[in-house]
Write a protein that binds this ligand. Structure first.
Ligand SMILES: Cc1cc2nc3c(=O)[nH]c(=O)nc-3n(C[C@H](O)[C@H](O)[C@H](O)COP(=O)(O)OP(=O)(O)OC[C@H]3O[C@@H](n4cnc5c(N)ncnc54)[C@H](O)[C@@H]3O)c2cc1C
Length: 400
């Protein structure tokens, strides 16, 4: 275990992490020292054992008890050497959710597994439950120490690779829809789970249909409490929106090492850099992205203290506008060349990909319209939209 605690100064933290990386990480070969190639699981296990996966978590839960700011220093030292493994709480929704709302037993069994590897997919949407997610009909029935799960999920990103999924199920049909839901950490690699990829407009097949037929999950894998999954789920969705608000997808063709924004590079290349209208559009787009970045920093602070989700909705909505807006400007800059596509025309291929991919941010994690509803109701205190099913026992709710 690395020797660091909250009393350490920024310099001390940086020195300790750099020394640790010197000892363990081969920056040239980009793998653990002494290894022939990068073994993700082995490397993440090493980082986990040193407490660097999520340094801001308490030592009891595999962190170092550092502040967010101190954790940022650890993250920067890792990034400087292009070493993976720090800030795992940033992108691993399964790990964050288990940490925030899981029982101590679940944390003890699952956090080390989550932090050191498996992708955790999100088994929320169903053919008849998307925006109105509290209408899920996948059922979980108790059987001994397990629950038996039957139902269908759809649009499940990364379900093919996932070893676990966070699963929304119906456990009580005699109470209104929000009250009979149970949230599980669900093992994906078992009989009774069939994953079918869906082809996307971007050419990818990252999301899937998932058919679940009498698959099993231990009762100890409930996240939160029985029938109170909607509350636990609010934490997971707030973090998902936070991540999306920060821009889950980097623009294609843009390397993190590029110092110049891609729109400026394109403007130069297509000889529109001196056009005042283009300059204004690009400046507006970049200012908007910067503003959202600052807002998301505020959101991050807020979620750490009270788990509020309204700011996450604002950031996610803004990022959707950023991504659609930048893709449209890139297409304008290319002019007729944007009609081309394929490997021989990388600028056009990137612009087309970005234009299609922007829909991920405006639909996934709840559509733009739903974010606007949340902002209207929870931030602006406007009247709630009518919900005729809200107080009806779920068994009596009509479905199409
Ligand atoms: C790239 C991508 C990845 C995804 N990954 C996952 C995943 O990993 N796991 C998962 O569970 N789901 C995932 N989703 C699904 C996503 O969460 C749903 O598509 C989304 O919540 C919308 O649900 P729906 O498709 O059923 O649309 P619907 O709910 O049927 O909505 C259709 C349209 O009606 C509008 N609408 C609906 N209700 C209202 C309302 N009350 N007020 C105003 N407008 C309304 C919507 O905004 C939308 O435009 C993903 C989606 C995408 C695009």
């Amino acid at each position: 275990m690395a020797i660091l605690d909250r009393s350490a100064s920024p310099e001390e933290i940086n020195n300790v992490v750099e020394a640790w990386l010197d000892q363990h990480w081969d920056s040239e070969k980009r793998c653990a020292k002494g290894a022939d190639s990068y073994d993700e699981k082995a490397w993440l296990t090493r980082v986990f054992e040193a407490g660097f996966c999520v340094p801001s978590w308490p030592t009891e839960w595999y962190g170092l008890g550092l502040s967010q700011k101190q954790s940022g220093i650890v993250e920067k030292a890792f990034a400087k050497r292009k070493a993976q493994g720090s800030a795992r709480d940033r992108f691993h929704l399964g790990a964050i959710t288990v940490f925030k709302v899981g029982s101590d037993e679940l944390k003890r069994t699952m956090l080390s597994i989550m932090l050191t590897g498996p992708i955790c997919c999100l088994l929320y949407s169903e053919p008849n439950a998307g925006s109105d997610l509290a209408g899920v009909r996948t059922k979980a029935v108790p059987d001994g120490d397990d629950y038996v799960i039957t139902g269908q999920k759809i649009w499940t990103s990364n379900a093919q690779e996932a070893e676990y999924g966070m699963l929304l199920t119906r456990t009580d049909w005699d109470v209104p829809k929000h009250r009979g839901i149970t949230f599980f950490l669900f093992p994906m690699k078992q009989d009774g789970v069939e994953v079918k990829p869906i082809n996307q407009i971007t050419g990818e097949s990252e999301f899937n249909e998932v058919f679940i037929t009498e698959a099993r999950v231990p009762a100890t894998y409930i996240i939160g409490s029985l029938n109170e999954g909607w509350t636990a789920f609010q934490t997971a969705i707030a973090y998902e929106r936070l991540i999306m608000g920060q821009g889950i997808t980097e623009r294609r063709g843009k390397s993190k090492a590029d110092s110049e924004p891609q729109l400026i590079t394109l403007a130069r290349k297509y000889e529109k850099y001196d056009d005042p209208v283009v300059r204004q559009k690009v400046a507006q787009a970049l200012a908007y992205r910067e503003l959202n970045g600052l807002n998301m920093q505020r959101a991050k602070q807020e979620i750490m203290t009270n788990g509020s989700s309204s700011l996450m909705s604002l950031g996610k909505l803004a990022m959707s506008r950023v991504q659609h807006g930048e893709a449209a400007i890139a297409t304008d800059l290319l002019g007729n060349a944007a009609l081309l596509d394929g490997d021989d025309y990388p600028d056009a291929a990137n612009a087309n990909f970005d234009a299609a991919k922007a829909y991920m941010n405006s639909i996934g994690g709840g559509t733009d319209q739903i974010q606007k509803n949340i902002i209207a109701e929870r931030v602006l205190n406007l009247p709630k939209e009518p919900d005729l099913d809200r107080d009806v026992a779920f068994r009596d709710v009509k479905s199409s």
